[in-house]
Ligand binder design. Structure first.
Ligand code: NAD
Ligand code: IPM
Ligand code: MN
Length: 359
């Protein structure tokens, strides 16, 4: 049996609830496939501030760097507003420390859930796209200045930073429908002008077989809800990717469904739902655990190389959603725990069917 070292970072708000559900799923996967997952939990965000004064205690960073994969719940909440340290610093810090420059945020709208979107079913049905969000540059990490009378956030991108996320997006497009939409604000921002130049060059030199289009972020925000099926791979910088990915979550019916993978050149990845700590529903067994469970599947695929195991989680989630066994955000009656158990039951059913299949 191979042992995989998995770091869990539950964090704040609904984080511990959705992580508990995902951990149960991973345990069942380990049993079925004969793996051993060695879980260790570490502090991040507000939980880290409360226990140690630090949103990213050094031992958390060390554990993440040594792990095979890291699964995070969420950080933040009103409790820490106005404090000297913010929970979000912990998340930004671990992304930087692990060198996680590529944040993959896939969205597939299942036909059975298309009616849950506030957009028309015929617009969202069949959407299948993935956002490649640059994660360690841009306005998030440039110098910040604050005086009594002014504040500034510097937005910086270097050519190598743009090149590496661009190559990652084009490589994925080759495995998909072969189209990349690069999103920027090249009519205003210097970083966006550079972004567009670098993407155009990498396309011409290395990926001419991929279809490339450029879009300005403001009209892209509109097109994404008007004709979302037109998009395959969406490549963009850190803050635009943050904003657009919450926007597209509406297509799928709930932000609670969307997973993400944050990857570097090498080393373990970090996997987390795209949603936050959802303070309005925290501690009430209301959060949808699907985004975290699908993030765990992405961890199995991208960091542990366990493709069959990842696919079986995804198939189980699809079956459970198709059966309408959902949490309240999708109109269902299940709590977080029950929704996780429904997925575990579906994994068992899929395995039973596979084991008894007549060849
Ligand atoms: P949020 O994503 O936490 O919540 C937005 C809305 O979506 C809320 O109504 C919430 O109840 C709902 N929602 C979110 N996740 C859900 C789930 N799993 N199931 C059902 N409903 C869900 O965004 P926010 O309210 O703007 O931010 C709250 C805090 O979370 C802030 O402190 C923010 O900084 C932090 N945050 C953290 C992360 C992260 O850890 N990756 C991401 C986004 C926001
Ligand atoms: C996300 C979040 C984070 C981000 C915050 C909490 C720092 O919104 O992961 O989408 O802006 O990247
Ligand atoms: Mn966000």
């Amino acid at each position: 049996t191979q042992t995989y070292d998995i770091v869990l970072l539950p964090g704040d708000g609904v984080g511990p609830e959705v992580i508990a559900a995902a951990k149960d799923v991973l345990r069942v996967i380990a049993d079925f496939y004969g793996h051993s997952f060695d879980f260790s939990e570490h502090l991040i965000g507000g939980a880290g501030i409360d226990a140690t004064g630090d949103p990213l205690p050094p031992e958390t960073t060390a554990a993440c760097l040594a792990a095979d994969g890291v699964l995070l719940g969420a950080v933040g909440g009103p409790k820490w507003d106005g404090g000297a340290r913010r929970p979000e610093e912990g998340l930004l810090g671990i992304r930087k420390a692990m060198g996680l420059f590529a944040n993959l945020r896939p969205l597939q709208v299942s036909p059975v859930l298309a009616h849950r979107s506030p957009l028309k079913k015929e617009i969202v049905e069949g959407v299948d796209l993935i956002v490649f969000r640059e994660l360690t540059g841009g306005v998030y990490f440039g110098e910040k200045v604050r005086t009594d009378t002014m504040a500034s956030d510097l937005c910086i991108y270097t050519v190598p930073e743009i090149e590496r996320i661009t190559r990652a997006a084009f490589k994925t497009a080759l495995q998909r429908r072969g189209k990349v939409t690069s999103v920027d604000k090249a009519n205003v921002m210097a970083t966006s002008k550079l972004w567009r130049e670098v993407v155009t060059r990498i396309h011409a030199e290395e990926f001419p077989q991929v279809q490339l289009e450029h879009a300005l972020v403001d009209s892209m925000a509109m097109h994404l809800i008007r004709k979302p099926r037109d998009y395959d791979v969406i490549l963009t910088e850190n803050m635009f990717g943050d904003i657009l990915s919450d926007e597209i979550s509406v297509l799928g019916g709930s932000i609670g469904l969307l997973p993400s993978a944050s990857l570097g050149e090498s080393g373990p990845g970090l996997f987390e739902p795209i949603h936050g700590s959802a303070p309005d529903i925290a501690g009430q067994d209301l959060a949808n655990p699907v985004g975290t469970i699908l993030s765990a599947a992405m961890m199995l695929r991208h960091s542990l190389g366990l493709e069959d195991e990842a696919s079986s989680i995804e198939a189980a989630v699809a079956a459970v959603l198709a059966a309408g066994a959902t949490t309240a955000d999708l109109g269902g009656a299940l709590g977080t725990r029950a929704a996780g158990e429904a997925i575990i039951d579906a994994i068992r059913a899929i395995h039973w069917a596979a084991a008894h299949r007549v060849q």
